[in-house]
Ligand binder design. Structure first.
Ligand SMILES: [Fe+2]
Ligand SMILES: [Fe+2]
Length: 354
């Protein structure tokens, strides 16, 4: 992309109001996200973007979404509902766990930015609650809705959220002056949960819905969520880069924590413990098909580019990528071992689908 058109894309993503976001492609939001990894980005400039990028869940219109949802087959409904459920619970979990990171952030510009992020995460939770209520028919208020969807997670997800995230922020709460603990909290929260899991999931859903032309209310709202996430992830990268610049030892703290998180993170997406909604990918309508090999490379590319932007050595970044690739392979093998069926990725590996 020429420099001029990159700037044009960034400007459009940053300035488009909610009602027009349905027409903004997720790949354009990703171009803007990459721009936020630059060294000129500060907590103040991210705060200023927050002021101008406000949006309201109550302004979304889900009328067409209800019709589109009803027209999806059962298999696709189940597959989408599962991914959306992980987002719903994930948004609630990050809303509830960010305050210790705010409290312990040593710098005022960081505390100001994190205060805006807490408001964003609350809005994302409300967005999913409204979509689940109005489109998927899950009524009963926020707490009841969460209780209803909570058992429907997978082992990797529970490990990341209930053990790693909860443990990391609890240590920050108990030891607010422990700088390594804060860094580990940001690695878990901003780098892995937001910069890998959320990015991969949002890319998959938004690419599909735009391509097929369905769920316009969800697409508009979730694109606004993605733009919010671009600020959050940009902040995490900026904060970690600051620590590495001040103290090179922090690079080791970051890579050690990352390697601890890679298995449950990859397994949240691959989920070898749960059978897929549609196991034979040739039964998925062509327009709805996702190539798992492409999805893997996209997700690994997103995380490693952020680790690189923090200032981690190229060799250490390559190690992260290689470890992740091996974990996907292991996850697919385990899926076949657990359920005694072929994983859909094999159709793509042997060239019968592409
Ligand atoms: Fe969020
Ligand atoms: Fe976020």
């Amino acid at each position: 992309m020429a420099a001029q058109s990159v700037l044009e894309v960034i400007r459009r993503v940053e300035e488009t109001p909610l009602q027009d976001l349905v027409a903004v492609d997720i790949t354009d939001v990703e171009v803007q996200m990459d721009h936020l990894l630059g060294r000129e980005i500060t907590a103040d400039s991210l705060y200023r973007r927050w002021e101008t990028q406000q949006w309201a869940v109550s302004e979304l219109d889900f009328a067409q979404d209800k019709k589109d949802w009803a027209a999806l087959g059962e298999g696709l409904q189940l597959a989408y509902r599962r991914t959306m459920t992980l987002f719903f619970i994930g948004e609630q979990a990050v809303t509830d766990t960010l305050s210790p990171l705010l409290f312990a952030a040593p710098r005022e510009d960081e505390r100001v930015f994190l205060a805006t992020q807490i408001a964003d995460e609350a809005r994302h939770t409300v967005f999913f609650q409204r979509f689940f209520g109005e489109v998927l028919g899950l009524e009963g208020g926020l707490t009841a809705a969460l209780e209803a969807v909570r058992p429907r997670t997978v082992a990797g997800f529970r490990k990341i959220f209930n053990e790693h995230l909860a443990g990391a922020v609890d240590l920050v709460r108990r030891e607010p002056r422990n700088e390594a603990a804060w860094v580990e909290g940001v690695v878990t929260y901003h780098l892995v949960i937001e910069g890998y899991l959320a990015l991969a999931g949002q890319h998959a859903l938004l690419t599909q819905f735009r391509k097929v032309g369905i769920l316009p209310g969800f697409t508009a709202g979730f694109t606004a969520v993605a733009r919010d996430e671009s600020r959050h992830i940009g902040f995490g990268v900026m904060a970690l880069r600051r620590r590495v610049t001040e103290d090179p030892e922090m690079a080791r703290v970051i890579t050690r924590k990352l390697h601890e998180l890679l298995e449950p993170a990859v397994y949240t997406g691959v989920a070898p413990d749960r059978r897929l909604a549609i196991e034979d990918p040739t039964e998925v309508p062509p327009l709805f098909r996702v190539n798992p090999l492409e999805a893997r490379e996209f997700a690994i590319g997103q995380l490693t580019k952020r680790v690189r932007a923090i200032g981690i050595s190229p060799a250490a970044v390559d190690e992260v990528g290689a470890a992740m690739r091996a974990l996907y392979e292991r996850g697919w093998d385990e899926y076949e071992h657990n359920h005694g069926v072929r994983h859909p990725v094999r159709w793509y590996q042997d060239g019968s689908l592409n």
